[in-house]
Design a protein around this ligand. Structure first.
Ligand SMILES: [Mg+2]
Length: 194
């Protein structure tokens, strides 16, 4: 059974800086999407999953999801509405992966902006609090999810970053993570998941 972090009240009541950091806190941190179990989500009233694509479902250099990811998608599709929301500018790539998984998708989402997230919710016919967003980036996936009031799950990127600007972003994420005690507490919980 996974244990869940809670949104720090400081995120709502603290200083502007503290609020900003709070919005970067995921409620759960997993090594891979396939670690995410159905029951704890369903117990929290979750009815839909909004999934990031690059480095969450497939590595940026890959075109096909792994058998583990395919099997996980097949499992969760039986319980939740699933939607892929990607910031990727290549519709063909996003569609190809989405088709392989049998999941509807949208690209150029511009996360952490909320518009794409709202469009995904409209397609799923769900409210934000009924949805968990799963992604590998604090500054896009987790931020938009927390801004919308969704459950936020951070997944470790499938592959290490290669591009210099992406490495810089990971460095910045690392600084945020070191600054957020909750994250450190969440890691063992995620690792305990069988
Ligand atoms: Mg990603």
């Amino acid at each position: 059974m996974l244990e869940w972090g809670v949104m720090d009240p400081v995120a709502r009541e603290g200083t502007r800086m503290a609020r900003g950091l709070g919005l970067l806190r995921p409620q759960l941190w997993v090594g891979s999407v396939s670690e995410i179990e159905i029951e704890p989500l369903a117990a929290r009233g979750i009815r839909g999953l909004i999934l990031d694509l690059d480095e969450t479902l497939v590595a940026a250099v890959e075109h096909t999801p792994s058998p583990e990811v395919r099997a996980w998608i097949d499992r969760v599709k039986g319980h939740f509405k699933v939607f892929i929301l990607s910031n990727n500018f290549n519709p063909a790539r996003v569609q190809r992966v989405a088709d392989a998984l049998g999941v509807p998708c949208s690209c150029r989402a511009a996360k952490p902006r909320r518009r794409g997230f709202r469009l995904a919710l409209a397609q799923m016919e769900l409210a934000a609090h009924e949805v968990a967003i799963v992604g590998d980036q604090l500054f896009t996936d987790v931020l938009v999810g927390n801004r919308m009031g969704a459950l936020t799950i951070l997944a470790t990127p499938i592959q290490p970053e290669r591009k210099p600007w992406r490495k810089l972003m990971r460095l910045a994420e690392g600084m945020v993570i070191r600054d957020v005690d909750t994250l450190r507490q969440l890691v063992p919980h995620a690792k305990e998941n069988p």
